[in-house]
Design a protein. Structure first.
Length: 279
């Protein structure tokens, strides 16, 4: 992570715009204060990916919160063509003033060079592949897929520098850590799938997620300990070891897979703070 951050500082002068990709379910917790400091006043567009997995009402609250800070933001679903068109449109709009200086002099403006930044597994490589309409960057449902910086040509007037995911220097609370685990920015092996699955199940039960209840045919009025609920889900899914015992570990893995695939409905872990803070 330290090496990746050093590389960002060295390359930042070569780009016109920074695209910082975060997760729409945790707009501040998926930011990185180290990246903020490394930008050195470079124009930035914050892209909140996986907006389709976040609660619409909460997205509206976040839009209002960021509007008060005059941040350029876009809530986006990388698999939605309209979202991607808006991303390209907003990126070009940021550079119009600079391009006009070349045009007035009768000079063809140079390509818009952008750097893509963010913590692991926020969908940076997916955004690149959707923009290029080819597999220009490696993707995967795990953190740490992109290993090095790489320039990618998106068109005649767009070039993009992909970078590895860079984790924040600190995680302030255990809850924030579990948010990052839930979205898979932190590898499951570090905390353990059982603990992460327990957190996810408890949260979805608290918000009475209808998709979660329907997916596993649960009783929506029944509130029980998350471990017991996981056992119930294991029974519903017939996740059993030899001899008929519920396979708790396998059940937890399936729950996390379903959650990260969007099969358990929209959720928003983080709410806008009452006070303005710098992410």
């Amino acid at each position: 992570m330290a090496k990746a951050l050093k590389d960002v500082r060295q390359k930042i002068s070569k780009v016109d715009l920074v695209l910082e990709v975060r997760d729409a379910r945790i707009p501040l917790a998926s930011g990185n204060i180290s990246l903020e400091k490394a930008l050195n006043q470079k124009p930035r567009l914050i892209v909140f990916n996986k907006a389709n997995l976040a609660e619409k009402a909460n997205i509206k609250l976040w839009r209002n919160w960021f509007a008060e800070r005059d941040d350029r933001i876009l809530f986006l679903d990388a698999f939605d063509a309209r979202s991607l068109k808006m991303l390209s449109k907003m990126a070009r709009a940021v550079m119009q003033q600079k391009w006009q200086k070349f045009i007035k002099k009768g000079i063809q403006p140079p390509p818009l060079r952008m750097m893509l930044l963010g913590i692991p597994n926020t969908g940076k490589s997916t955004i690149i592949n959707r923009l290029t309409k080819r597999k220009a960057a490696g993707t995967g449902d795990r953190p740490g897929v992109t290993r090095s910086q790489e320039w990618i040509v998106l068109g005649r007037d767009l070039e993009l520098l992909d970078t590895p995911g860079i984790m924040p220097p600190r995680i302030d609370t255990e809850e924030q850590g579990l948010w990052l685990c839930a979205i898979h920015a932190i590898k499951d092996e570090i905390v353990g799938k059982e603990k992460v699955a327990s957190f996810v199940v408890k949260y979805l039960q608290q918000i009475a997620s209808p998709d979660f209840i329907n997916k596993y045919s649960l009783q929506d009025s029944e509130v029980i300990e998350s471990e017991e609920l996981i056992m119930q889900i294991g029974s519903k899914l017939n996740c059993r070891k030899k001899g008929g015992e519920i396979d708790y570990a396998k059940t937890c893995s399936q729950i996390l897979h379903d959650f990260r695939s969007g099969l358990l409905g929209a959720c928003s872990f983080e709410k806008p703070p009452k006070e303005k803070i710098i992410p």
